[in-house]
Write a protein that binds this ligand. Structure first.
Ligand code: CAO
Length: 473
């Protein structure tokens, strides 16, 4: 009887919390603009355009890491001028092509809202144009292999002398040290930054993750560095160099594992399932499968249909404050008071068995039913969503996180919009440019060249691919 009363009290508390949240949400939604934020004010400060309007970026980025950074800045209003090699452009335009003769999704999903200009940076006239662009832009962003920018003659000293206000932001694979001259791609960074050694199952090899923490993750770090440098420039009037190494970016995202490395010196990592399984720890942080990283143990459990659907799973967290509700819902009310289960410490060695019981329960319903049920009781959990489900998810479309844009050669495609929502600065998500689409426009509007000068520049060969060499007969 006492137990039932307590359970009822818990349910009432959880329901009250839920309805309070609903009331706040309803009140807010009257002013909200669909992405959960207040609508821009109709006062002048709310009508001031986008956050980065007026910021001009000379974008020398390619592949993924740098383009992630500049695309985000473009979404927030910056005028991003993407400089590409004539005739070829960013190598990703032609990689993983799904539509013949059209820019790939690899390229289009990383270069939205930018303008494209083709310039041969090694041609004397090309160098002249670049120097003029350096004078008019605020930030140069690049992620060439080490030394490539210098080989174009665009050393920090040269850029800083040409435009002392310019910020030069670079992604490199490694910072100064034994590997600083190495080229790096995503998975190399995941391995060198400590992520791969701590991802996967104990019995298996190191694993890389699908989330592009090396490329896109470092691009995000770079965007933050650029914003900080711009803020400092307001005070000093001087630009500075910003460097983000992919190894550092990955480590920053994997910092909890460096935490665990240090904890290991003081004893086993009790929240890792291997502790409960009695498997001794070695000298380095092991792979932890789907164990949750924090102090609230979690695991992935099967749901109805798992035999045929590879994503019919739910991530379930046995959060201590709702342990009573978990026991009630899964039908193990005695675990609330049983000293073997009642405290988080007592549960640690039995996590495998506890999750097996939870799984027995979740296998009776699909992942969305399970999500609804557990959420009613404030139990944290999440369905494993496939990319198909995400592409079709209407709430992500309404908030502008997933956006459909139209492209002249490939037609409509989905892209990821701005995940950072600003209440006075709606995201500007447009299709990616064709190679050199804005060359004339940039020469005329940004650099002020007259039609005759543009024709002369074009004749010089600085904007076109060098003629192919005749093959010897
Ligand atoms: N006009 C003329 N030449 C141009 C040009 C232009 N507009 N744009 C680029 N180039 C030239 C460069 O000058 C360079 O020439 P040199 O090496 O002869 O001086 C050349 O193109 C290629 O540059 P790169 O070395 O950066 O390209 P790559 O394909 O060999 O390497 C990558 C690619 C990504 C491994 C390397 O750029 C790199 O390590 N970048 C830093 C780390 C990074 O961002 N990695 C993430 C990549 S996303 O997975």
């Amino acid at each position: 009887m006492a137990k039932r009363k307590k359970a009822k009290k818990h349910r009432t508390k959880a329901t009250a919390k839920k309805s309070a949240r609903k009331v706040v949400k309803l009140a807010a939604s009257k002013k909200a603009n669909g992405n959960g934020l207040p609508r821009p004010s109709n006062k002048p400060y709310g009508m001031a355009g986008r956050a980065l309007d007026g910021l001009r970026i000379l974008d020398f980025t390619h592949v993924q890491s740098g383009p992630t950074c500049t695309q985000l800045l473009a979404y927030m209003g910056a005028d991003v001028l993407k400089v590409e090699r004539p005739g070829a452009g960013d190598i990703t335009r032609g990689q993983l092509r799904d539509v013949p003769n059209a820019d790939s999704l690899y390229f289009t999903m990383l270069n939205g809202s930018k303008r494209s200009i083709t310039i041969d940076s090694k041609h004397p006239k090309g160098t002249e144009i670049l120097n003029r662009l350096i004078k008019t832009c605020d930030v140069l962003v690049e992620n060439f292999a080490p030394g490539a920018l210098d080989r174009m003659g665009l050393t920090w000293e040269h850029i800083h002398k040409t435009n002392p206000r310019m910020i030069v932001a670079s992604v490199k694979g490694f910072g100064p040290g034994p590997y600083e001259d190495c080229k790096v791609y995503e998975n190399v960074a995941q391995c060198a930054g400590g992520s791969a050694s701590t991802t996967g199952f104990r019995e298996g090899p190191p694993l890389v993750t699908g989330a592009q923490i090396g490329d896109s993750g470092t691009g995000l770090h770079l965007a933050l560095g650029i914003m900080a440098a711009l803020y400092q420039r307001n005070r000093t009037g001087r630009g500075q160099k910003v460097l983000c190494a992919m190894q550092d970016g990955v480590l920053n995202l994997a910092r909890v594992k460096l935490r665990d490395q240090q904890r290991l010196a003081h004893g086993p990592l009790t929240e890792y399932s291997q502790y409960g399984e009695g498997v001794p720890f070695g000298k380095a942080v092991p792979r932890a499968g789907n164990d949750s990283g924090g102090g609230q143990p979690g695991w992935i459990v099967k749901c109805k249909g798992w035999e045929n659907d590879p994503d019919a799973y739910l991530y379930f967290i046995t959060q201590a404050p709702v342990w009573g509700a978990i026991c009630d819902v899964i039908g193990e009310p005695s675990w609330k008071t049983d000293p073997e289960y009642a405290t988080p410490k007592a549960r640690l060695p039995k996590l495998k068995q506890i999750f097996a019981r939870i799984e027995q329960f979740t296998m009776t319903m699909d992942k969305f039913e399970a999500m609804d049920l557990f959420n009613k009781h404030d139990i944290p959990c999440g369905p494993i969503l496939s990319m198909k489900e995400i592409a079709e998810e209407q709430s992500l479309r309404s908030t502008g996180t997933v956006v459909e844009v139209d492209h002249p050669t490939r037609g409509k495609y989905l892209t990821v919009g701005n995940p950072i929502k600003l209440s006075d600065s709606p995201a500007d998500v447009r299709r990616s440019p064709l190679l050199g689409e804005h060359t004339d426009e940039i020469l005329k509007d940004v650099l002020g060249f007259k039609a005759a000068e543009i024709a002369e520049i074009k004749n010089s060969g600085a904007l076109s691919a060098p003629p192919k060499k005749e093959k010897a007969a």
